[in-house]
Design a protein around this ligand. Structure first.
Ligand code: NAG
Ligand code: NAG
Length: 500
């Protein structure tokens, strides 16, 4: 269905292009038309978009059905009887009938996508255990946006407590069907949704037999310097000292150039900026610093074995430019897919605009201001990013203040993170039957338990060379033996829970 629609759309677009081309051939403006620069705003790596890996593009698109469940808007106020429709998807292809297990992939701050019920580690679990597969969408994200406008007032039902209650309500509802009445339920979640599944097991232990938590940053932290420390470490581990010195030189030269007028012109050129920005404005400087760090972050968060080394080889070969500073600018353009003729609009207001509107990005930014912080600030420990000091907590909380509420200042965000840690136990969650998986080069592992088991029944597996949520895709060609082994190990443990 989707393909038919896309083809129709494509055809329409082509027809329109031909029409416009003809039109412009006959118009006088054709000759003087200039190639306009296409300004773009780079987004922070605060949130995750759980996209299926490219390798799955050729999978047959079958078996997955989309549905909706009416859900109480406010689980904690009996006076409020409003409901919304929560989207979910399911795939029954392996279901073994009455009492066979139910596997729920838990959605986080992204659109749910049917591909995750057609491949991946949870798909393998369902295949091996005759399981029914479900993918639930988080309130306020994807097509479960609830409100027409994301005003701060309308966002007040967006929090972890409501989201966990949605899952509880969902499980209780499906268990009213006789085929699921005796089914054991397993949750699988990655990134923020890994926190969700672990915290769900803690809060509603009677509803699920166990959970798999992939890359969960379970400690809420506002001044999150460790993120960029791991980004630095990842480039060091994968590319060696030489790679680090290329990056360090490029960023050092940039910082020096920012101090003079002629240097600034060189920065604008090397980084493909649309226009000079306000070099006296710490917020614009913060955004410029973010353009650099968020690009390195994205490369690390999505890394697979070999991909960071490729980038280091590009630096070594001078593929991104001739000076160290041009190399950084060229790397950013390549990593972010800046089109030729495209340019970066380094302007704090443009960044604010990117986090307004009815978008996943805005909803997640709201959650960082009111629950987690997770602000990826410049480290102070000798990394290549230390000099980018404009990237501090004040920079990130300025977005909270301006885009949501003038009360959402630094103290507010610090208190919000304290509350989450108080309620869920931070790095000591004391939860049973949760498999806790981390990748060593994943910057988010710094806010998870990655060095020891959580409890006797909740083992931790941290895998070298692996990054964010590496286990969820199931086996990929680029996976190391250690990565595959942990995926299998998790499946064996889940199978043992199901046989108890
Ligand atoms: C970068 O700058 C710092 C101080 O600002 C200095 O200690 C370091 O040696 C410089 N590194 C390079 C590669 O220029
Ligand atoms: C976890 O399991 C152990 C052993 O069965 C038990 O003693 C402990 O109370 C459990 N903890 C929680 C939080 O359920």
């Amino acid at each position: 269905m989707a393909n038919v629609f896309n083809n129709y759309l494509l055809e329409t677009v082509i027809k329109m292009r031909v029409f416009l081309l003809l039109l412009s051939l006959f118009s006088a403006s054709w000759a003087v038309e200039q190639v306009a620069k296409k300004p773009r705003v780079v987004e922070m790596t605060l949130g995750v978009d759980m996209k299926p890996p490219e390798e799955w593009a050729s999978l047959p698109t079958r078996n997955v059905v989309t549905s909706y469940m009416p859900m109480p808007l406010d689980h904690f106020d009996p006076h409020n009887t409003e409901t919304f429709n929560m989207r979910f998807m399911y795939n029954e292809e392996f279901f073994g009938g009455d009492g066979s297990p139910v596997f729920i992939l838990v959605g986080g701050e992204w659109d749910i996508n049917a591909a995750w019920l057609r491949a991946g580690n949870m798909y393998e679990l369902a295949r091996e255990n005759k399981g029914y597969q479900i993918y639930t969408e988080h309130r306020y994200y994807g097509q479960t946006r609830i409100f027409d406008e994301f005003t701060t007032e309308n966002l007040r039902f967006l929090n972890i407590d409501q989201a966990l209650a949605d899952l509880a309500y969902f499980i209780v509802e499906i268990k009213k069907q006789s085929r699921f009445a005796d089914s054991k339920v397993i949750l699988y979640g990655g990134s923020y949704a890994a926190n969700m599944v672990m915290w769900f097991k803690k809060r509603y232990p009677h509803l699920v037999v166990g959970t798999v938590a992939s890359s969960g940053p379970i400690l809420a932290k506002v001044d999150y310097t460790e993120y960029l420390e791991v980004v630095h470490e990842a480039f060091l581990l994968e590319g060696g000292e030489q790679c680090i010195s290329h990056i360090r030189q490029g960023i050092n030269d940039t910082l020096a150039a920012l101090r003079t007028e002629s240097g600034r012109r060189m920065v604008e050129q090397a980084y493909r900026l649309c226009a000079p920005f306000d070099y006296d404005n710490v917020l614009d400087l913060g955004y410029f610093a973010g353009l650099i760090t968020w690009s390195f972050s994205g490369a690390v968060q999505r890394a697979r074995p070999g991909t960071l080394l490729t980038e280091c080889n590009n630096f070594q070969a001078g593929n991104y430019g001739s000076t160290p500073m041009e190399q950084i600018g060229g790397f950013i353009a390549a990593i972010q897919g800046l089109s030729s003729g495209g340019c970066w609009n380094v302007n704090f207001q443009a960044l604010l605009n990117a986090y307004s509107g009815r978008t996943n990005s805005r909803a997640w930014y709201y959650q960082t201001c009111t629950e987690y912080g997770f602000f990826q600030t410049a480290p102070r420990s000798g990394t290549v990013f230390d000099g980018l000091t404009w990237l501090d907590v004040d920079f990130y909380t300025e977005v909270c203040l301006r885009n949501f509420d003038s009360r959402f200042n630094k103290d507010f965000v610090l208190a919000a993170a304290d509350r989450v840690n108080l309620v869920f136990g931070g790095l000591g969650p004391e939860v049973n039957n949760t498999i806790n998986i981390h990748g060593y080069i994943d910057p988010w592992r710094a806010l998870g338990v990655y060095k020891e088991d959580i409890s006797e029944t909740s083992p931790t597996f941290t895998v070298n060379r692996a990054s964010h949520c590496f286990d969820m895709q199931g086996w990929l060609r680029t996976d190391t033996i250690a990565m595959t082994a942990v995926q299998q190990r998790a499946r064996r443990i889940v199978a043992s829970w199901l046989s108890q």
